[in-house]
Structures are given as C-alpha cells and as structure tokens.
Design a protein around this ligand. Structure first.
Ligand SMILES: Nc1ncnc2c1ncn2[C@@H]1O[C@H](COP(=O)(O)OP(=O)(O)O)[C@@H](O)[C@H]1O
Ligand SMILES: [Mg+2]
Length: 222
C-alpha cells in the first residue's frame, strides 16, 4: 500500500551568546585535523572555545554507539540511527547548550546533518534522485519530535571517496563500519543531496587542498 505524506521542516536557531561551528564531511575528509587548528586560531583572538564531536563516545549511549561502529556490538543499523539521535540529544542538553550559554565558540565535528547521508546509506540502493523518498527519510531523522540546534556555520570538507579511502588506509586505526569505499561513495552522494537541498546551510571547502589552505578558507568565512 502506498500513501503520500508531505510536511514542512523548520530548524531551531541558535539564540545563545556563543557561536556554533560545525565541520562535516565523509570519514577521512580532514575534520579532526582542522578542528584542532581552528580552535587554536580562535583562541588566539581571546575567545573561549569548546571542541566536541558527534557521536560523543562518552556516557552510556555514546560508548554503545562507539562499540557498534567498531563492530563489537551488533544491532540492526536502523537501531544505530536512533542511538545516534539519542546520543545527540544528550550532547545538545549536557554539552552544547551550556557552552553556548557561557558564550563559548563551539567547534563540533559533525552534527545532525550527518544523520542524513549516514542514515540513508543504511538503506541499500537509495535513489538520491528520488527526492521525496530521501526527504521523508531525512525528515524523520532530522526532526523527530525534538529539534536539534542549527549551526551558525557548517563547513563541508569536500574530498572524493577515493582520497578519503587512501587517507584512511594510511592511518593505523581500526576500520569503522562506514569506512568502506562502497559505503563512503553512498555517503558522499548523500552529502551532495544535502548541499543541493539546503544550499544556504553549507560552506563548501575544497578538502583536497593543503591543510593550510583549508584552514585559511575556514577562518576567512567565520
Ligand atoms: N588537507 C589534507 N591533505 C592531506 N591529508 C590530510 C588533509 N587533512 C587531513 N589529512 C589526513 O587525512 C587523515 C584523516 O584526517 P581526519 O582529520 O582524521 O579526518 P576526519 O576527522 O574527517 O575523519 C589523517 O591522516 C590526516 O592527517
Ligand atoms: Mg575525525
């Protein structure tokens, strides 16, 4: 049976004193690298900062998410998406809002935007051209009945899955479940879908450039 459902989506704006900056991109796109450099540069200007990331890897839910990503605990991927959202809600209430209230500049590796490409990648054979199906999935992941705060600036570090896979292979860390090339390709398509659907929400940075150039590009957009 088929039904048609459509609805509007609205985002929760950041009304706190602090600025909320997010780095997005596929695994290996350089988010962690830039996060630390950007923090130092912002602190040089005398601002207080908080570095954070989603998923959190802390607390009961964050630890469980980490174990699932490392394949130490196996659950259906749809369940993982709900755990991501649960972890994100804890992160928002316990970490993000208090820091923004204190006027800190929060630099986060990932936010709710990641839920769309990663969540959709779990659905095998997702057709990104079929916007209605994609958006429906996105709506349920993005809005649920809670709203996550929209970042003031979201930087998308654009690297091809090929580059990301090469970089990840050079790192000697355990592979996570989304870090396979085939998955990264679908996730990358998911980001392209987001950029197309919400163009005003992303500042696209050439993630294949040198680290210095990338830092410069981010700082010039703050
Ligand atoms: N601009 C860049 N050029 C080349 N290699 C990079 C660049 N930025 C990061 N790297 C390297 O790529 C790997 C993945 O970077 P990382 O910051 O951990 O990515 P992410 O946090 O997005 O998964 C690391 O080994 C890092 O040193
Ligand atoms: Mg990282």
């Amino acid at each position: 049976m088929q039904y048609h459902v459509s609805f509007d989506i609205s985002f929760l704006e950041n009304t706190y004193n602090g600025q909320f900056i997010v780095l997005e991109g596929i695994d290996g796109s350089g988010k962690s690298t830039q996060k630390n450099i950007i923090q130092k540069e912002i602190e040089k200007k005398g601002k207080k900062t908080l570095l954070t990331h989603e998923p959190t890897r802390e607390g009961h839910i964050g630890k469980l998410v980490h174990e699932i990503l490392q394949s130490e605990v196996l659950i259906p991927l749809v369940g993982l998406q709900y755990l991501f959202a649960a972890d994100r809600s804890v992160h928002q209430e316990h970490v993000l809002i208090p820091a923004l209230q204190e006027g800190k500049t929060v630099i986060s590796e990932r936010c709710f935007w990641s839920a769309v490409p990663y969540g959709l990648a779990d659905k095998e054979h997702t057709d990104y051209k079929n916007a209605s199906e994609s958006m429906l999935a996105a709506y349920s992941l993005l809005s649920m009945y809670n709203q996550f705060i929209l970042p003031d600036k979201t930087f998308f570090l654009d690297v091809t899955p090929q580059t990301a896979v090469k970089r990840l292979a050079a790192m000697s860390k355990e592979k996570e479940i989304y870090e396979k090339k085939s998955k990264l390709e679908i996730i990358y398509q998911g980001y392209k879908f987001l950029l197309d659907k919400f163009p005003d929400q992303f500042i696209v940075i050439d993630g294949e450039a040198s680290q210095e150039k990338i830092t410069e590009a981010i700082l010039s957009n703050l």
